[in-house]
Write a protein that binds this ligand. Structure first.
Ligand SMILES: Nc1ncnc2c1ncn2[C@@H]1O[C@H](COP(=O)(O)OP(=O)(O)OP(=O)(O)O)[C@@H](O)[C@H]1O
Length: 253
């Protein structure tokens, strides 16, 4: 099995605080992996290290065999990495299409190109791509709606489309199902199924264990920045350390 992402002996300290400790795990190409653990375990920090928001203290992060720890964050997008954040990062008063166009600025060769009035070129390739993607996910009716007026579940999926317009090979999702009701969670599930059919590899932080169980083949469990278990859901679920640290709490499935 080919490894898309390979993390080896990753460490991160903030001042004297060790937040990620000697963490190693692989994400096989074309699969979905969950990163779970109690609040403060270091999950979002791992995402920030992979996407380049923070420099690593030590260790390696390989994408398709190439160490990317020294690459600036925007160049990691070029390596096929995209992510969503816990809080939706869209501009509420702008339309869905305009938000998706803003998300495309990472493709610009020169920073000042962001001032080009591509919004007025109605057949610009970025507009066509954004519309095609909204249509593929059944969201065309919202093209010109201000994002702030949309139901929360639709906003989350627009945010997902913003992340996937760069055609990433690895999509990292930070608590995608948080705050969604049951039908919105089902829509999100369908959305992710389509991405998986396209071959996108997923790495997901999530507290909803039913959601994780139905999507992810592999689970990596963190506690205090260390990996305490790894494997298929049913194996991890019965692990004593995992029960004590996490699944045995009020969030048990
Ligand atoms: N920039 C930072 N500076 C200092 N400490 C930080 C920073 N970012 C995170 N931390 C600390 O690192 C630890 C892990 O935080 P992190 O957000 O990665 O955990 P998490 O597992 O994602 O938690 P949650 O499930 O609540 O989102 C926490 O103790 C947090 O306070």
């Amino acid at each position: 099995m080919t490894m898309l992402l390979s993390i080896q002996s990753l460490c991160k300290t903030f001042g004297g605080l060790e937040v990620v400790r000697d963490l190693s795990f692989d994400v096989p190409d074309g699969t979905a992996t969950a990163l779970i653990g109690p609040n403060g375990a270091g999950k979002t920090t791992v995402f920030n290290l992979i996407s380049g928001v923070y420099p690593v203290t030590s260790g390696s992060i390989r994408m398709c065999g190439v160490d990317i720890v020294d690459l600036p964050s925007r160049h990691r997008i070029g390596r096929g990495i995209a992510r969503s954040f816990q809080n939706i990062r869209l501009i509420p008063r702008l339309s869905v299409i305009d938000n998706l166009l803003i998300g495309q600025h990472v493709k610009l060769k020169r920073p000042l190109d962001v001032l080009r009035p591509f919004r007025f070129a109605r057949d610009h390739e970025w507009i066509r791509a954004a519309k095609a993607e909204l249509s593929a996910f059944g969201l065309s009716q919202y093209d010109d709606e201000p994002v702030g007026l949309l139901p929360y579940g639709v906003r989350k999926r627009v945010d997902l489309i913003r992340a996937t317009l760069s055609s990433p090979s690895l999509l990292m999702l930070d608590e995608p199902a948080a705050g969604l009701n049951a039908s919105e969670t089902r829509e999100l599930h369908r959305h992710l199924d389509i991405l998986r059919e396209r071959g996108t590899t997923l790495l997901i932080i999530e507290h909803d264990m039913h959601f994780i169980r139905s999507i992810c083949e592999q689970i990596v469990v963190l506690n205090f920045g260390c990996k305490i278990a790894e494997g298929p859901f049913d194996q991890v679920r019965t692990d004593q350390q995992v029960s004590e640290a996490y699944l045995g709490t009020e969030r048990a499935t």
